[in-house]
Design a protein around this ligand. Sequence first.
Ligand SMILES: *Cc1c(COP(=O)(O)O)cnc(C)c1O
Ligand code: SF4
Length: 323
Amino acid sequence: MADCISTVPELLRALDLAPGQLPPLLTDRMDFPLRVPRRLLARMQPGDPQDPLLLQVLPLTQEQQFHHGYSLDPVGDLAASRGHGLLHKYQGRALLIASGACAIHCRYCFRRHFPYQQQTLRQSQLDQAVAAVAGDPSLSEIILSGGDPLTLDAERLAALLQQLDALPHLQRLRIHSRVPVVIPERLDETLLGQLTALRMQTVLVIHVNHRNEIDDCLRQRLRDYQRYGITLLNQSVLLQGINDDARTLAELSLTLFECGVMPYYLHQLDRAQGCAHFEVDEPRSRAIYHQLLQQLPGYLVPRLVHEQVGRPYKQPLSPLPTP
Ligand SMILES: *Cc1c(COP(=O)(O)O)cnc(C)c1O
Ligand code: SF4
């Protein structure tokens, strides 16, 4: 995780790009600092200012423009917080912010303003969160998210998994993580052994937006995990200039399937301040979705959804036929 680029000049040098080739960039005083793992850098095309991986991490001055309708907490996480890092919005499942750290900083992240310092779990808080889950028999699924739960060190994660597995009303464990994309080696045999030893069924939801994010190492690890019975899903965010066309999304789905991963969600962008330049407007999202449905077997089409505050599930968007 330490092997990453954290300044703009370093990033541009590494990719052989001159500032003049790019829109104006933020260079200092970033609340949400630059964090580009070298692993991902290696999958960017040097000299290409439009590279779909570069655009995901490039801090533009546009982030500082205020946009009406964009907020610091676009999906109502603060209201759903039950303290100790536990978010409970949907029936039967709760989300535990198991770590405030991420291995990469994605500029479009809807949690980029989330007060992780207050929500991130120290061991005592973690114990309280587990106690809250233990006291709520209506929960059948626990989701470890963040930040990124796979940034937790192995022992702490193992201990947490043990504690949760001991709660008889939990049937399923879900892990939401982007770490596999950046550090595929994190999907090692130790973690696989820990997951397959659980009584709960395990689902690993990775986050890939473009097929260039997937390298041979990740492909191999995912296949291994799938072979051992871990259900693998992917979620993506529909992003302007990155994956906002049906062909790119279809290629992503086909590549994921080769790795044993089923497409799950395609998210309409959550409106966090600083993210407006990534938005694909809703009619266009629905038109792209319409084209995607025509290009793939149904089981390889992710669900296009938008999270709306106060609704009991993520809202599906319907395809919009273009005339
Ligand atoms: C997205 C989310 C979930 C999971 O929703 P699914 O539709 O089951 O994938 C659960 N809790 C919270 C707080 C969420 O934001
Ligand atoms: S929470 Fe996910 S999307 Fe947000 S910065 Fe971390 S890895 Fe990226």
